[in-house]
Write a protein that binds this ligand. Structure first.
Ligand code: GAR
Length: 220
């Protein structure tokens, strides 16, 4: 008997490359998750078109239509609960979340961030890594905690910084790895292989992880 797929709610604000990676992963036979709903806080987000093209249900919950963060988040939660979501994936969702929402979905809420956390939390990660002369940056999938860009790390990929990188070229190289590690993290969670212990993630059979997704070679 195969287990029922984990139902994902994907929250977006923009172009939706990571959403597309999750859509594509879920379309593969045997993938242990399915996208139940895509929620965007921006009505014109390009990611909504990607979801519609894939036949995935979408909801627009425009934060500007609410008097504050809590009522906005309550509307998002209502949408997620109505579709039976078991794991919420932030995928370029550019709203800060209140502790109430984060605790409501504790250990069922993950985010992808374009740096090797805990380095470079917040915005402009690539420009800051280049300005510091960092030799590596990367991306991180982590469980969300109330502090911004903090929480137990599920999967990371290290990505080299080239000498002549601009924020745009580095962002593009890191995005390639984002599109690998987000589906990987979702798969590990959906397979029940991820446990949070003392605010650190333990992965069962972690040595079997695909190395290219964890530390991709330069230019890959
Ligand atoms: C991605 O690079 C993601 O890591 C980043 O926004 C981009 C969204 O792109 N997220 C954050 O910066 C969150 N702090 P996408 O919409 O094409 O997936």
């Amino acid at each position: 008997m195969t287990a029922r797929p984990l139902r994902l709610g994907v929250l977006i604000s923009g172009r939706g490359n990571n959403l597309q990676a999750l859509i594509d992963a879920c379309a593969a036979p045997g993938f242990p998750a399915e996208i139940a709903l895509v929620v965007s806080n921006v009505a014109g987000a390009a990611g909504l078109d990607r979801a519609r093209a894939a036949g995935v249900p979408v909801a627009v919950v425009d934060h500007k239509a609410f008097p504050g963060r809590e009522p906005f988040e309550a509307a998002v939660t209502a949408q997620l609960e109505a579709t039976g979501v078991g794991l919420v994936c932030l995928a370029g969702f550019m709203r800060l979340l209140t502790p109430g929402f984060v605790e409501r979905w504790r250990d069922r809420l993950i985010n992808i961030h374009p740096s090797l956390l805990p380095a470079y939390k917040g915005l402009d990660t690539h420009a800051r890594a280049i300005a510091d002369g960092a030799r590596f940056s990367g991306c991180t999938v982590h469980f969300v905690r109330p502090d911004m860009d903090a929480g137990p790390i599920v999967v990371q990929a290290a990505v080299p910084v080239a000498q002549d990188d601009t924020p745009e070229t580095l962002a593009a190289r890191i995005l390639t790895s984002e599109l690998e590690i987000y589906p990987l993290a979702v798969r590990l969670i959906a397979e029940g292989r991820v446990a949070v212990e003392d605010e650190r993630v333990r992965i069962r059979d972690g040595s079997a992880l695909p190395a290219p997704a964890v530390n991709p070679p330069p230019g890959a």
